[in-house]
Design a binder for this molecule. Structure first.
Ligand code: AMP
Length: 482
């Protein structure tokens, strides 16, 4: 097995890796580090969780060493490496990692992002730093205010380029790139490669080496579970799973800000300590919730995709898709929050009838069918749902109907020059063709609990049928007679 030393890293960097407990390089690190040490351009297909931060940061730090240890004046510490990320959370985490990797070498770093007072960032910039991690909007603010110069940048990293595209940063990116010296090393990472990303890569990278970490590189350590359930019973099922399986550190994804808040409240009401993060929460609130979650004082963190993007929580054991994402690639991103760097993880999806179409897209993308597991007492055909029956029909609940339609918007970046675009507004699921009665007709097949050494007990798949069929099967007294 290759070691970090064999990849050609300097002893002081190896020492930092040792401090952090990194024993061996991950596949992407093994491939990227030697190439980047040579100064070659790299186009990396890798998601969060593969170790890509260290893959680009370690060689970048090493190549800065000859510049870094001369004197302390700002003139000798111009920004030499620029790392752009789509969100402030990711920017903060990347810079935290860089601080750890540089603890034994005189290389300085700083993170700048929107949402905090720009004046607090200026004094640090004035002291001189070699590595700047930034979100595009705030970086341009500083350029415009002449509080930083980019004319000595010799390395550019674009992290999660597809997210930057989604969030409307392409014009800002182009403006930033135009401010950099043309002689430089470029590394670009993206989980997906739509046409615009390929064009961006063509325009920025110079005969890059393409490095791909298989999509399932992370997924092999993630057990994917699908629980079909009536949409009105999702909250109860989630609480049941958390309590009965004693799950902790559970990151739960919802599709809307309102749903996010409401779910956290409901969980708290039944004694499960939860908090919500979404685009309407301030930066301070989000950091506080994340810290509490990391420290274990919050058991469940309910998040929207926008707020959770780029979160780095080591060895996160459970991710729950409370609402399935409408974009299959978001599913891959979400479950990338677990099973990181070889740790065990489980991704649990609660799938209602109207979401089966999204599940199909997901299965097509990941090239795998996920066998559905019915949780006893939460059969998709269960008719005895007092809470559901006592509620007025949805069309008589206008405020809720309206609120649930509203996808999360990016209001949190208002101080940024170019506001991030709203999270891609996905079409609202229309009621499926099957009649509502058919929902109550599915046969009940009891689940069976199991334990294994590395994971808490979870029900085993009990159904070979596609999930949609579980919502539609006619009653067969023999099969349903449990
Ligand atoms: P990333 O994909 O860069 O977000 O990294 C995911 C997580 O894996 C982070 O918590 C890193 O600290 C951790 N990590 C990265 N490389 C290694 C490694 N070689 N050994 C152990 N953990 C690692």
């Amino acid at each position: 097995m290759t070691t970090f030393a064999e990849l050609g890293l300097a002893p002081d960097i190896l020492r930092a890796l040792d401090d952090m407990g990194y024993a061996t390089p991950t596949p992407i690190q093994e491939q990227v580090i030697p190439l980047a040490l040579q100064g070659g351009d790299i186009l990396g297909a890798a998601q969060t969780g593969t170790g890509k931060t260290a893959a680009f940061a370690l060689p970048l730090i090493q190549r800065l060493l000859p510049f870094a240890n001369t004197g302390t004046s700002p003139a000798k510490h111009p920004i030499r490496a620029l790392i752009l990320t789509p969100t402030r959370e990711l920017a903060i985490q990347v810079e935290e990692s860089i601080k750890s990797y540089t603890r034994h070498v005189p290389v300085r770093s700083l993170v700048v992002y929107g949402g905090v007072n720009i004046n607090t960032q200026i004094p640090i910039l004035k002291t001189g730093i070699e590595i700047l991690v930034a979100t595009p909007g705030r970086l341009l603010d500083h350029v415009q205010n002449k509080t930083l110069m980019l004319n000595q940048v010799n390395t550019l990293v674009l992290d999660e380029a597809d997210r930057m595209l989604d969030m409307g940063f392409m014009p800002d990116l182009k403006r930033i790139v135009a401010l950099l010296p043309t002689q430089r090393v470029n590394m670009m990472f993206s989980a997906t490669f739509p046409e615009e990303i390929r064009k961006l890569a063509d325009s920025i990278l110079n005969t890059p080496t393409f490095i791909e970490v298989a999509r399932n590189e992370t997924a092999v350590t993630v057990t994917q579970v699908v629980h079909p359930v009536h949409h009105e019973r999702k909250r109860q099922l989630l609480a049941h799973l958390i309590k009965s399986r004693e799950l902790s550190q559970v990151l739960v994804f919802t599709g809307t800000k309102l749903g996010c808040n409401r779910l956290a409240n409901e969980l708290n009401k039944v004694g499960i300590h939860a908090d919500a993060i979404h685009g309407d929460k301030t930066q301070q609130e989000r950091i506080k919730a994340l810290d509490a979650f990391k420290a274990g004082s919050i058991r469940v963190l309910v998040a929207t995709d926008v707020a959770a993007r780029g979160l780095d929580i080591e060895a996160l054991p459970f991710v729950v898709n409370y609402d399935l994402p409408h974009n299959a690639e978001d599913y891959v991103h979400r479950i990338g929050r677990t099973g990181r760097a070889g740790a065990f993880g489980e991704a649990i999806s609660l799938v209602s009838e109207s979401e089966t179409r999204y599940l199909k897209d997901i299965e097509r993308l990941i090239g795998n069918a996920i066998e559905p597991t019915i949780v006893p007492g939460f059969e998709p055909g269960a008719a005895d749902v007092p809470a559901y029956q006592s509620r007025p029909p949805r069309h008589e609940r206008p405020s809720e109907r309206h609120a649930e339609r509203a996808p999360e918007r990016h209001t949190e970046r208002q101080p940024e020059r170019q506001a991030e675009r709203p999270e891609r507004a996905a079409p609202r699921p229309r009621p499926a063709a099957a009649s509502r009665d058919a929902l109550f007709d599915a046969p009940y097949v009891p689940g069976e609990a199991t334990t294994n050494a590395s994971a808490p007990a979870r029900p085993r798949p009990t159904q070979k049928k596609p999930v949609a069929a579980l919502f539609r099967s006619p009653v067969k007294p023999d099969a349903a007679g449990q």
